[in-house]
Write a protein that binds this ligand. Structure first.
Ligand SMILES: [Zn+2]
Length: 127
């Protein structure tokens, strides 16, 4: 049997695998790496939303200034712009999706571990 020595992309530990293209040393490293990718994705989405809100706010501020009204910029104003414009606030959905994803991932991980333990117990009993 050929085994391949590789570096885990998540924990940076060296591990041995039967597969030449294995990226992670364990299921947990694979799941954690995936969670990190998801987090990064939603962080970028939030940044995009924030920039969009700020732009919208600047436009709103300019419009109001042209009418002779002064608009003070504060955090509350910026984050409420998308709600004022009746647009779906992306942040709450993103967080919900991420929470759901983490929950599913850990349920899968738990099931995998359980199945492995059951298999090991069975093998142990059959000896
Ligand atoms: Zn690892």
């Amino acid at each position: 049997m050929i085994s391949h020595t590789q570096l885990c992309l998540h924990c940076k530990y060296v591990f041995v695998s039967k597969r030449s293209d294995a990226k992670y040393c364990s299921t947990s490293c694979r799941v954690l790496a995936c969670i990190e990718r998801q987090k990064k994705y939603w962080q970028e989405e939030r940044e995009k939303q924030k920039r969009y809100d700020e732009e919208q706010f600047k436009r709103y501020q300019l419009r109001e200034q042209q009418k002779g009204n002064q608009v003070k910029q504060n955090e509350q104003n910026v984050s409420s712009i998308s709600i004022q414009n009746n647009e779906e606030p992306i942040i709450s959905d993103a967080v919900k999706d991420l929470q759901e994803w983490i929950k599913t991932s850990f349920e899968n991980l738990k099931r995998e571990n359980q199945e492995r333990t059951e298999k090991e117990n069975k093998e142990h009993h059959s000896i």
